[in-house]
Design a protein around this ligand. Structure first.
Ligand SMILES: Nc1ncnc2c1ncn2[C@@H]1O[C@H](COP(=O)(O)OP(=O)(O)OP(=O)(O)O)[C@@H](O)[C@H]1O
Length: 227
């Protein structure tokens, strides 16, 4: 495995323009996340955590700055190549599960594998294994509306990591759950990420969850501070 960082951001700036007004949200972000490293992203509401994750996850383009994922410079790539990296190198978990409502837990996870080119037979086997690992062996054939909030988020986590990405990006992954369920689901997320040696950047408002990560970074006034 190469020693290149899972993620390297240099001088990332992001501004939004509305009419004559410019909102400078990110003002020169430098961040290096090593392979296997877990980083908590903390900051007040509106400080730009989601914006930073969207830029790092190639879902939005920075105004300026450079991005490298697993050693490959990706900021200048065209849309198709960016989608390719998102599918094969990155995993995303959001506050809301964003599962397909008419698909079962198993089908939702299988789909992520099928989209990244895995055969149907292998996708079923791999999706089953990861859902079993995350404690959902009895829920494979349930649709999202037949699952609890914690179970829905566990399916979303399984979907994000089943493709074995180099980097997991999570935006308040347990922010929609009650405190006890959030703590349980977060622990599962962290253990599955650590078992696979994945790197992760996880935005959270919860200091006790952030403390389980290797590093805590605070975003304020458009820049990152290590704590
Ligand atoms: N597409 C957009 N157009 C204009 N302004 C935007 C856009 N996206 C985000 N913003 C603004 O950028 C700032 C940062 O938003 P962002 O969602 O990144 O913050 P956050 O730290 O994730 O907040 P929260 O913790 O509440 O989710 C906010 O002031 C927001 O209104």
């Amino acid at each position: 495995m190469s020693k290149a960082p899972a993620l390297k951001l240099q001088g990332i700036c992001k501004s939004f323009h509305q009419g004559h007004k410019a909102l400078h949200v990110l003002k020169g972000i430098d961040l290096e996340v090593k392979q296997g490293e877990l980083v908590a992203l903390i900051g007040a509401s509106g400080s730009g955590k989601s914006t930073l994750l969207q830029v790092a996850g190639l879902l939005d383009r920075p105004t300026s700055g450079t991005i490298a994922i697993a050693g490959a410079e990706v900021h200048d790539l065209k849309d198709e190549a960016r989608s390719d990296i998102r599918r094969n190198r990155l995993g995303f978990v959001y506050q809301f599960h964003h599962l397909l409502p008419d698909f079962t837990a198993l089908e939702n996870v299988e789909l992520a594998l099928r989209i990244s080119g895995v055969s149907s037979v292998d996708a079923t086997a791999q999706a089953k294994a990861v859902l079993e690992e995350i404690g959902l062996a009895e829920r494979l054939n349930h649709t999202p509306s037949e699952l609890s909030g914690g179970e829905q988020q566990r399916v979303a986590i399984a979907r994000a990591i089943v493709t074995n990405p180099s980097l997991l990006l999570a935006d308040e992954p347990t922010g929609n759950l009650d405190e006890e369920t959030a703590a349980r689901v977060f622990k599962l997320l962290v253990s599955m990420v650590r078992d696979r040696g994945l790197a992760a950047v996880i935005a959270t408002h919860d200091a006790s969850l952030a403390a389980q990560m290797d590093r805590q970074l605070h975003l304020s006034a458009g820049v990152l501070h290590e704590s």
